[in-house]
Design a protein around this ligand. Structure first.
Ligand SMILES: Cc1ncc(C[n+]2csc(CCOP(=O)(O)OP(=O)(O)O)c2C)c(N)n1
Length: 488
């Protein structure tokens, strides 16, 4: 019987199926599996789950033993599907161990949260803890964010949404809109593309606007600590990308959302419609008008001056090179420019650096996977307007075959690869190089293969020459400098 009680028990069960290899595709959520099991199994590190799944099939064929693939939550789980189908028809003992967010996040629209149970349909039933494994097997672990050993909890029971007081039905349908009391509000503008927010007057409110909100970020201020200064966070648009939103998961601060999607993005919080009959929700409008926070614009100015000081000292830090890129885009573009921001650090660092570019911003923020980013940008681009896509190096490698679709079409696309030598977003949570899939590769020969123009931007003093058509610009980031910047 597969009876999960704790990590030790889980370890013994895997051992009882003679598992000795785990193909590990890192993410924030599944890091704990590595930490708990690293001395007990042979780990093979990979970042592309589709390849990892097939690599595991090869190991099974070689060793004649069950092999596990371990993924983080969200898109990553789905990426193993092709290998699961192959394993099903070949009757191979493949085990997918997927990390999942805690059950309270299900159906809330929290980042990286989808229904992972039964994700492989008829090809692999998600195992209950008490069952014998049935191959190909899917073991789904509901895990808290990895902080420390003590903070680790596991919960294998799937609860239904209604148990979490998720009030979509009453509030979202607006049969009887609730009057919201006025408090000291901090506004966070997440992705929103309908254009309804364009003319908002934000002079008297403290706010943070992400690029994908299409709101001018000129007076936007990202705060790391809102609890001590505000009574409430009002999110407008879809779930924001920034870390602050994730930190609200652990806060008791009141958070309400106005969005076109009926998902609160955090457990046990309320969501209201952003738009009612083509008009911005009057409740939001009045919250904006009546909030008089006297925002301290000096804070914004002080942040800017600190930024440029740091840029002088660390010209190969990711912040400096993204700032240079913005200058390049600003110099070269017309107002119709489209900018597609890739997931992981690129979109975050873009939003944390001064931004004065008027553009239409795009991103794939549904389930935040790092797959298909360049392909999406290729589909988005056209001959007439200039489109820029900014992606991390692992995301670019994930989508290396994407330019094939371009071969018989001319697109005006600039592919910017922020090469910080691996998945540096994990630098803060793990000291292991393998977790970051660190490498020393560059993208020159990839460009030669597809006959794409290639330029490198190595520091904030180097020039890049722009040409019409498809062009690849590699930003050579020094991750040590980024880290030194962050410590200041
Ligand atoms: C399909 C998929 N697999 C795994 C993840 C987990 N993940 C989140 S960020 C990241 C690393 C991204 O690295 P890179 O593209 O180089 O960006 P960086 O953070 O270094 O800027 C990974 C593997 C994911 N988001 N999507």
């Amino acid at each position: 019987m597969f009876d999960f009680k704790n990590w030790e028990d889980f370890l013994h069960k895997l051992k009882s199926y003679n598992v000795s290899d785990i193909v590990f595709c890192s993410g924030g959520r599944n890091l704990q599996v590595y930490e708990k099991f690293k001395t007990h199994f042979e780990f093979h590190h990979f970042f592309d789950e589709r390849s990892a799944g097939f690599y595991a099939l090869g190991l099974i064929k070689k060793t004649q033993k069950a092999v596990a693939v371990c993924t983080t939550s969200g898109t990553a789980v789905a990426e193993v599907y092709p290998a699961v189908i192959e394993a099903y028809y070949e009757k191979l003992p493949l085990i997918v161990i997927s990390a999942d967010r805690p059950v309270a996040h299900e159906h809330t629209g929290s980042p990286q949260c989808m229904v992972q149970k039964a994700v492989y349909g008829r090809y692999s039933e998600t195992q209950e803890w008490g069952e014998d494994l049935c191959f190909p097997a899917h073991i789904n672990l509901n895990l808290d964010e990895y902080v420390s050993d003590e903070a680790m909890k596991m919960d294998s029971k799937i609860k239904t949404v209604t148990e979490y007081g998720f009030r979509v039905n009453q509030d979202y349908s607006y049969d009887s809109p609730r009057k919201l009391e006025h408090k000291k509000n901090y506004f966070m503008f997440g992705p929103e593309s309908s254009g309804i927010l364009k003319d908002l007057n934000l002079d008297s409110v403290d706010y943070y606007s992400e690029s994908l909100s299409q709101i001018s970020p000129q007076k936007s201020l990202i705060l790391t600590e809102v609890e001590s200064q505000f009574d409430r966070v009002i999110r407008v648009g879809r779930v924001p990308t920034c870390r602050l939103w994730r930190d609200l998961e652990k806060s008791s601060l009141e958070v309400i959302s106005f969005s076109d999607v009926a998902l609160p993005g955090l457990p046990q919080r309320e969501v209201f419609p952003l738009e009612i009959e083509g008009q911005i929700n009057s409740e939001l409008q009045s919250l904006l008008t009546l909030t008089k926070n006297n925002p301290d614009n000096n804070l914004v100015k002080a942040e800017l001056s600190q930024f440029y000081k740091l840029k002088e000292s660390y010209n190969q830090a990711e912040y400096s090179l993204i700032d240079e890129l913005k200058i390049l885009i600003q110099k070269s573009s017309d107002p119709s420019v489209k900018i597609f921001l890739g997931n992981s650090l690129p979109i975050r660092i873009w939003d944390e650096t001064p931004n004065f570019i008027e553009a239409t911003y795009f991103g794939n923020r549904g389930l935040n996977g790092i797959d298909g980013l360049i392909s999406t940008a290729l589909g988005l681009s056209d001959e007439k307007t200039m489109t820029w896509v900014v992606v991390g190096d692992l995301s670019a490698i994930y989508d290396l075959n994407s330019p094939f679709i371009h071969l018989d079409q001319i697109k005006n696309l600039k592919i910017v690869i922020v090469n910080n030598k691996g998945g540096q977003i994990f630098r803060k949570i793990s000291s292991h190089n393998q977790i970051r899939n660190e490498h020393t590769l560059d993208f020159k020969s990839w460009c030669e293969f597809f006959k794409m123009d290639y330029q490198k931007l190595e520091n904030s003093y180097k020039e890049v020459k722009l040409k019409p058509g498809l062009q690849v610009i590699e930003l050579k980031v020094d991750p040590e400098q980024t880290q030194a910047w962050e410590k200041k």
